[in-house]
Design a protein around this ligand. Structure first.
Ligand code: E4P
Length: 226
């Protein structure tokens, strides 16, 4: 399963990319607004950071229009900025029309704000590159976001859809684990969760013990050589 960072913060992206574990970045209007910077500048800077680590990555840039004509116009501009940029469109009737127009132009899309397996089915039929089920927001409302991801996996496998499942709205490491168990192709995660994936208290405890034992052993050897 690939890991993407869900952020518009370039410092977070630099830090995560340096680990070699990052395969892409997703942004949305909220995340971009949080940074208070120009949209195009931020997207191009993110692309520049990821390019230092290879050529196999995507950066999702979201359209703000709600009609397909507007989405198409915006998306054509984004795609012209760099080949790694994929156009993020909302899961609406207009969004699904836009996906098909982009597909005809060989421009990749990310269908966002997807909350049901039927919505994912439509996105796949339209030829989306990825579909983004928002698991955290479903859980926030007392639902089971990951149950939908499992159903999406089954549907996509039944019909050999090439559309990837990008598990989004991730809140904690358990979501990442469950996304991998459910067969998600990608999980897009906040930086805090990315850092948490590396951590375990027993790793810290074990490392401290090894260092302590090694230091004692070296001191013992040094003492014996006198
Ligand atoms: C996905 O691409 C979205 O940017 C994101 O995962 C939304 O997550 P949120 O529910 O934490 O806002």
């Amino acid at each position: 399963m690939q890991l993407y960072l869900d952020t518009g913060n370039v410092e977070e992206i630099r830090a995560a990319a340096a680990t070699g574990m990052l395969s892409g970045v997703t942004t949305n209007p909220t995340l971009i607004a949080k940074e208070g910077r120009d949209f195009k500048t931020v997207i191009k800077e993110i692309v520049g950071i990821l390019k230092k680590y290879g050529d196999d990555f995507t950066v999702s840039a979201e359209v703000s229009s709600t009609n397909w004509e507007g989405m198409y116009k915006e998306g054509l501009q984004y795609a012209a900025w760099d080949k790694h940029i994929i156009v993020k469109v909302p899961m609406t009737q207009d969004g699904i029309i836009a996906v098909q127009k982009f597909k005809a132009k060989r421009i990749r899309t990310n269908v966002t704000l997807c909350f049901s397996p039927n919505q994912a089915l439509l996105a796949a039929k339209a030829g989306a590159f990825v579909v983004s089920p928002f698991v955290g927001r479903v859980d926030d409302h007392g639902g089971d976001g990951m149950a939908s991801v499992k159903e999406m996996r089954k549907i996509f496998d039944n019909y050999q859809f090439e559309t990837k499942i990008l598990v989004a709205s991730v809140r904690h490491p358990k979501h990442v684990l469950d996304a991998a168990l459910a067969g998600g192709d990608i999980a897009t995660i906040p930086f805090k969760v990315f850092e948490q994936l590396f951590q375990h208290p027993l790793t810290d405890k074990g490392l401290a013990q090894f260092q302590k034992d090694e230091a004692a052993y070296k001191a013992h050897l040094a003492g014996g050589q006198k």
